[in-house]
Design a binder for this molecule. Sequence first.
Ligand SMILES: Nc1ncnc2c1ncn2[C@@H]1O[C@H](COP(=O)(O)OP(=O)(O)OP(=O)(O)O)[C@@H](O)[C@H]1O
Length: 237
Amino acid sequence: MSLELNDVTLTYPDGTGRLTALDSVNLHVPAGRITAVVGPSGSGKSSLLAVAATLVAPDSGRVRVAGGDTTGWTRRALAELRRTRIGIVFQQPNLLPALTVAEQLRVMAHLNGETGRGVRERAAGLLEAVDLTAQADRRPHQLSGGQRQRVNIARALMNAPDVLLVDEPTSALDHERGAAVVGLLTRLTRERGTATVLVTHDRSQLADADEVVEVRDGSLSTTRAAGAASGAGTAAR
Ligand SMILES: Nc1ncnc2c1ncn2[C@@H]1O[C@H](COP(=O)(O)OP(=O)(O)OP(=O)(O)O)[C@@H](O)[C@H]1O
C-alpha cells in the first residue's frame, strides 16, 4: 500500500497575498520503500509531511493513502485514517512520562479500541525489533535519547500503518546513533512493508534510501531515482 501525492499545491496566508509552500508536487512511495526528503530550511519539507499525514489539506491536488484518495474527507474520517493507516515519528519523541515503554506502544492499540493478549504480543514483538526488550518496563526518563527515539519509531508502527512519516528523527542524536536509527527505519520499512518518507538534514544518512528527493522553494526534484539503487531497494553506496 503506497503513498501518493499528485500535483499537490499548498499555500499559506502571507500578509495580503499567499505564500506557496508546495508547488505542484508529485511523490509516489511504494510499499516497502523509503524516500528521503532533503532541502534547505523553509523549503517546504514539514509542509510536505503535514499534507502527506492529512493534517493539512492542500489547496489543490490529491493525496492517496493506501490507494484511497483523501480529497474531501471529513475530519473524523481523516482522524480514523491517521490512527489506523499512518504512523508519524516526530523530531522529539513526545513520549508520555507516566507510562512504561511497553505501555507507550499498547496505548496506541487501546486508542483503536483494541485490548488483550494480541496487543501485548504485538508490543513485545516491536520492542524486540527495535532492541528494547530489556527496557520494556522503564519510563522515558530512564532511557537514552537514542532509546527514546526507538520507542517513538516502535510506537508509530504499533497499528501496522501503511505509511510511515518521519521528521528529522536524528536531530537530537550524534552521528553514530543517528545512522543506527536510519538503518533501523530502513530495515523496518522493508520488513513491515510501509511506504516511508524520511525528512533529514543529514546527507550522510541518504545511502539507505530508495529515492532521494529535494525540496526547493516548494518544488520537488528527484536527486536519486528509485531503481538507481542496486537490488531490491538496497542503495548503491
Ligand atoms: N502556518 C504557516 N503559516 C504561514 N507560513 C508558513 C506556515 N508554515 C510554514 N510556512 C512557510 O512555508 C514555507 C515552508 O515551510 P516548512 O516549514 O514546510 O519548511 P521546512 O523545509 O520544513 O523548514 P525547516 O527545515 O526549517 O523545518 C516557509 O516559507 C515557511 O515560512
